[in-house]
Design a protein around this ligand. Structure first.
Ligand code: GDP
Length: 355
């Protein structure tokens, strides 16, 4: 059976331009959270269900002309392009779509350009968040307001200043070979790069950003996002971590298939493929239920892509962040997974010249 999974989204951009603030804001999105299903915390990732996006956006959901069928959006919590480049899936990027954040007052900076080059090289589609619009002189702030509502409250001078800064950004993108435009002036999202003015600090413009992330990732990735839910899982290690009472665990983003608690997994290590049996699949407990820090997780029987999950299993000491995790349910599948992982390790050794 195939179904559409949540796209995996990464946030990158120059230091201090607001990556962490944007992710925090998304995590704390509170509008109508109850009715809409709220935000789900995964290991290393945050899920925004599509109903929450729709509730936040209100009538602005129509910004995206087609129907949005995705179940939600999964944001990787670790921002920055170092994390982005190390998170790979089958040779491509683990992220299906990226948000490039640029401080609108500072404009392009060295890591903005580096990020664009990495995105281009990986052919990762992206959308631009022009951040910190609240710093424009005289800007009137209203928390969580859609940009298109908020802009109507601004006086002429503030609007003019925003336009000037946007044009500077558009010019910089043009120099790098992209036709960019303010999102509500974009005719064709596959040809033009959409820029959403936001304030990550106050949540302004975040509703539109989420709508466009959903619409665009669905459009670009219709084929890729259809996953075989019943197949064995595939994922990428975010982090290898020692946990009190659990030993060495791995935090993994599952991008394909279903992972079950009695699966065998094959995991990439420094110079070998580790074959081990899962001891526990763990997800974070809701914050208000954590009374004792030793019991920060809940056990689950299975997870379906896309999801962030902590795996406890013996022998994970030599697992390596950025490596693949492949579930296997027969001897044959174990062998195939080992071969695949070993050939990947081999190709890394050859391309970097390191042993
Ligand atoms: P990162 O290095 O890209 O993760 O940037 P941070 O999210 O840590 O933000 C750097 C600084 O900019 C922090 O002091 C934030 O509070 C501030 N900041 C981020 N977004 C906004 C915004 O929309 N408006 C304002 N005024 N400050 C912001």
């Amino acid at each position: 059976m195939k179904r559409i999974r949540q796209p995996i989204i990464a946030v990158l951009g120059h230091v201090d331009h607001g990556k962490t603030t944007l992710l925090d804001r998304i995590r704390r999105t509170k509008v109508a959270a109850k009715e809409a299903g709220g935000i789900t915390q995964h290991i290393g990732a945050t899920e925004v269900p599509i109903d929450t996006v729709k509730t936040l956006a209100g009538p602005l959901i129509k910004l995206w002309k087609g129907e949005i069928k995705l179940p939600g959006l999964l944001f990787i919590d670790t921002p920055g392009h170092e994390a982005f480049t190390s998170l790979r899936a089958r040779g491509g990027s683990l992220a299906d779509l990226a948000v490039l954040i640029v401080d609108i007052n500072e404009g392009f900076q060295p890591q903005t350009i580096e990020s664009i080059e990495i995105l281009r090289k990986n052919r990762t589609p992206f959308i631009v968040a022009a951040n910190k619009i609240d710093r424009i002189k005289g800007w009137k702030v209203e928390e969580d307001e859609p940009f298109l509502v908020n802009i109507k409250k601004q006086d002429q001078r503030a609007v003019q200043e925003l336009e000037t800064k946007l044009w500077e950004l558009i010019g910089k993108f043009y120099e790098m070979g992209f036709n960019a435009n303010r999102f509500d002036r974009v005719q064709d999202f596959t040809r033009e790069l959409a820029i959403v003015p936001i304030s990550a600090k106050y949540g302004i413009g975040v509703p539109e950003l989420l709508v466009l992330i959903a619409g665009l990732s669905q459009k670009y990735l219709e084929q890729k996002l259809k996953i075989e839910v019943e197949g064995p899982a595939r994922g990428t290690i975010l982090e290898v971590r020692e946990e009190l009472g659990l030993g060495t665990t791995i935090d993994v983003i599952i991008y394909d298939g279903t992972l079950r608690k009695d699966d065998t997994i094959v995991v990439g290590g420094k110079d070998k493929a580790i074959v081990t049996k899962i001891r526990a699949l763990l997800k974070p407990k809701p914050l208000d239920e954590i009374r004792d820090p030793r019991f920060r997780f809940d056990q689950v029987d299975e997870v379906v892509a896309a999801a962030g999950i902590k795996i406890a299993a013996p022998g994970l000491e030599e697992a390596l962040a950025g490596s693949p995790v492949i579930a296997a349910r027969s001897e044959e599948e174990i062998e195939r997974a080992k071969e695949e992982i070993l050939s990947q390790i081999q190709s890394v050794v050859i391309s970097t010249g390191k042993v």
